[in-house]
Write a protein that binds this ligand. Structure first.
Ligand SMILES: Nc1ncnc2c1ncn2[C@@H]1O[C@H](COP(=O)(O)OP(=O)(O)OP(=O)(O)O)[C@@H](O)[C@H]1O
Ligand SMILES: [Mg+2]
Length: 303
């Protein structure tokens, strides 16, 4: 079981962790990372608004500075600064290709950035050796767009897997997995089914239970409803909102569901061409968008 779980992460790992020395420093809130990318036409970032649901002066659990990543001529990230407070819910959105997934993948060490730092609980993920990255991942839940469940395992065993991989005895792991499944509204026979026997909404809720089961301090969600039939989107958004309201886990959610963002997010961050174009409380961004991308997303909310 341990090797299967390790394989889930290592199998999708991108890049190497040998480039840590290539970092060239950090950027200011308005600039791109030193010596990396510039972003022509970028509008200035606005200061972060006070966070409604998050402890005011708490040390950020996640503090990203000057994060840059280039693929050939494409600047996937061009100097991103982002802080997340303990328990805070931050929604990230922006046009396709603006770097949302790359940002999340850098945070869990799946992609090695070219520049910048990612402080998680006070340690720089970018500079950590791979062995220690695995320890960090146990504290960060990741919900993918396409579920990424293991087809030959039941829903229950999929959820128990990260615990078993971390050395929790199988009996205890299954009990905790049952509780995580109940938290996302799945119990009874559904827990014994394999992913191929679940609806898209159920499969995604299993994916959420798997991310929740380790009681992460930070959860990253990469378009968790994008693969779902519109009818099933609502059931997954409800689960996400419940987790956000529980307030014990900080959440960084990539989604285009602006009504959800307006309801559940403490802060909305708009990315454009690899950098933050605008951020603030959703109600402030939607009432008075300052960037072109902000105005576009306001129109989405009004539809
Ligand atoms: N492994 C890779 N190799 C080459 N280019 C990549 C790679 N990963 C991402 N890119 C490029 O980097 C840019 C940012 O990609 P990313 O997946 O982060 O965007 P995104 O905002 O998540 O987009 P979407 O909304 O479509 O999911 C895109 O131009 C993409 O084509
Ligand atoms: Mg993406």
């Amino acid at each position: 079981m341990r090797s299967a779980w390790t394989g889930v992460w290592t199998g999708i790992r991108v890049g190497t962790r040998t480039e840590a020395g290539a970092r060239t420093g950090t950027s200011t809130r308005t600039g791109a990372a030193t010596g990396t990318a510039t972003r022509p036409g970028a509008e200035p970032q606005t200061a972060a608004a006070p966070r409604a649901g998050a402890p005011g002066q708490a040390e950020p659990i996640l503090d990203v500075k000057g994060l840059a990543k280039r693929y050939g001529k494409t600047f996937a990230l061009a100097g991103v600064d982002l802080e997340v407070a303990p328990g805070e819910t931050v929604v990230i959105t922006g046009p396709s290709g603006c770097g949302k997934s790359t940002l999340l993948r850098c945070i869990v060490g799946l992609v090695q950035p070219d520049a910048g730092r990612i402080m998680f609980e006070g340690r720089d993920v970018v500079a950590l050796p791979y062995r220690e990255i695995l320890g960090i991942r146990r504290k960060i839940g990741f919900v993918f767009q396409r579920f990424n469940l293991i087809a030959r395992l039941s829903a229950l065993d999929n959820v128990a897997l990260p615990l078993v991989g971390a050395g929790v005895p199988p009996e205890e792991a299954r009990e905790r997995a049952q509780r995580a499944l109940a938290r996302v509204g799945l119990s009874g026979a559904v827990a014994r089914r394999r992913p191929g026997e679940l609806s898209g909404g159920e499969a995604q809720r299993v994916g959420i239970a798997r991310a929740l089961v380790t009681q992460p301090v930070l959860m990253l969600w990469d378009e968790p409803t994008a693969s779902l039939d519109p009818i099933l989107v609502g059931e997954v958004l409800d689960v996400m909102e419940d987790v956000a309201k529980a307030g014990d886990t900080a959440m960084l959610i990539v989604t285009h569901e602006m009504k959800f963002a307006a309801r559940a997010a403490d802060r909305l961050v708009l990315l454009e061409r690899g950098a933050v174009a605008e951020e603030g409380r959703p109600e402030d961004v939607f009432a008075n968008p300052r960037s072109g991308v902000g105005r576009k997303y306001r129109r989405l909310l009004q539809q």
